[in-house]
Design a protein around this ligand. Structure first.
Ligand SMILES: [Zn+2]
Ligand SMILES: [Zn+2]
Length: 370
């Protein structure tokens, strides 16, 4: 089958191409995309900060309809609406068996190679049938992609697929960081460094569990305005104010119970740690370049019992948590539609990156012709 895709030919170089797509093998599912969100992780690969093999089809946050299934697939059928999950899991390893499927090693290895588990990539191009890799076992910036069965979560018929697309990365990650990784309790104070697609969902997750105050930190006034819409009670302009002083002022001189870093920079990771109170926890969600290191005061760990931890994919189990998030949205508790501020065609991915970087969109969405 031939499909249109946005191909990262080399770092910084995107081109719309027609690719050959193999059908789904055993345990795999072909999905015709309706919409795909544009995430900072895609940009990190585009820019070369996250060095992965090229040519590659980016995109890892999407929703669509099952087009075909391979042998042995039991959980979905052609025609089912689904969300893509960029962290499929094997269900058998030590991490899967201990309830931490986000740490499964099978997708981690495949993602490094830009392939499906087993080393195959479904996309090829040109007369030489050169392999085109797929980002994070998804490759959602293509009309149709092929993913492992555990890389899709079935949705109820009639689900709005534009809204559902966001459930596969930013919403799952942001809310999961609050509810599972930091396990924020009502009345606890939180600070969120970075008010992009992830940070806004940290804020709405914090609001849903009645954390207070909920402090958003960013350098963009536009993003801080969005942060208020998504539940921030206070905002701090990192380029104008002393962030730590403001946080101490808002928390009676103590610091916050939970700080979230949703940018992926060593300085903001340290700032998040320093903003927590004694006994507090700082959660790193942002993806820093592979060799980045963070400098922290070592004495603060024992003397103040501080925790610094990471959060990968909201510490979630997609098959359990994505339907739960959709139910919260349907009940009016979780705001997803306002996250979607701008739609782009497949050939406009670079423009979507620019809008994401300058803060003029909450979440840019690539939409596909029906
Ligand atoms: Zn993402
Ligand atoms: Zn596993």
């Amino acid at each position: 089958m031939r499909v249109r895709a946005s191909v990262l030919a080399d770092y910084g170089l995107l081109q719309e191409e027609e690719l050959e797509l193999d059908g789904p093998g055993p345990g795999e599912v072909a999905v015709r995309l309706s919409a795909a969100g544009v995430c900072h992780s895609d940009y990190h690969v585009f820019s070369g900060d996250l060095p992965l093999p090229t040519p590659m089809v980016l995109g890892h946050e999407g929703a669509g309809v099952v087009a075909a299934v391979g042998a042995g697939v039991a959980t979905v059928r052609p025609g089912d609406p689904v969300v893509l999950s960029w962290l499929p899991s094997c269900g058998r390893c030590r991490f899967c068996l201990s309830g931490r499927p986000e740490l499964c090693r099978v997708p981690a290895t495949a993602a490094q190679h830009g392939t499906l588990p087993g080393g195959r990539t479904p996309f090829r191009r040109g007369v030489t049938r050169e392999p085109v890799y797929q980002f994070s076992l998804t490759g959602a910036f293509a009309e149709v992609t092929v993913v492992p069965e555990s890389g899709v979560v079935r949705l109820p018929p009639g689900t709005d697929l534009e809204v559902a697309a966001l459930l596969g990365c930013s919403v799952l990650t942001g809310t999961g960081a609050v509810w599972r990784t930091a396990a924020v309790r009502p009345g606890e104070s939180v600070a969120v460094f970075g008010s992009g697609g992830i940070g806004l969902n940290v804020l709405q997750g914090a609001q849903l569990v009645s954390a207070y105050p909920r402090i958003a930190i960013d350098v963009s006034q536009r993003r801080l305005a969005a942060a208020i819409e998504f539940g921030a009670t206070h905002t701090v302009r990192a380029d104008q104010d002393s962030v730590l002083d403001r946080i101490l002022e808002l928390t009676g001189g103590l610091g916050v119970d939970a700080a979230f870093e949703a940018i992926g920079r060593p300085e903001t990771i340290a700032a998040a740690f320093n903003a927590t109170c004694a006994g507090g926890r700082a959660v790193v969600i942002g993806v820093a370049p592979p060799n980045a290191e963070v400098g922290l005061n070592a004495f603060a760990f024992p003397s103040q019992e501080k925790t610094l931890t990471g959060c990968w994919y909201g510490q979630s189990s997609p098959a359990r948590d994505i339907p739960a998030l959709l139910r919260l949205h349907n009940a009016g508790s979780l705001r997803l539609r306002p996250l979607l501020s701008q739609r782009y065609g497949l050939g406009e991915l670079e423009r979507a990156f620019e809008a994401m970087l300058d803060g003029s969109v909450n979440r840019a969405l690539i939409v596909f012709d029906p």
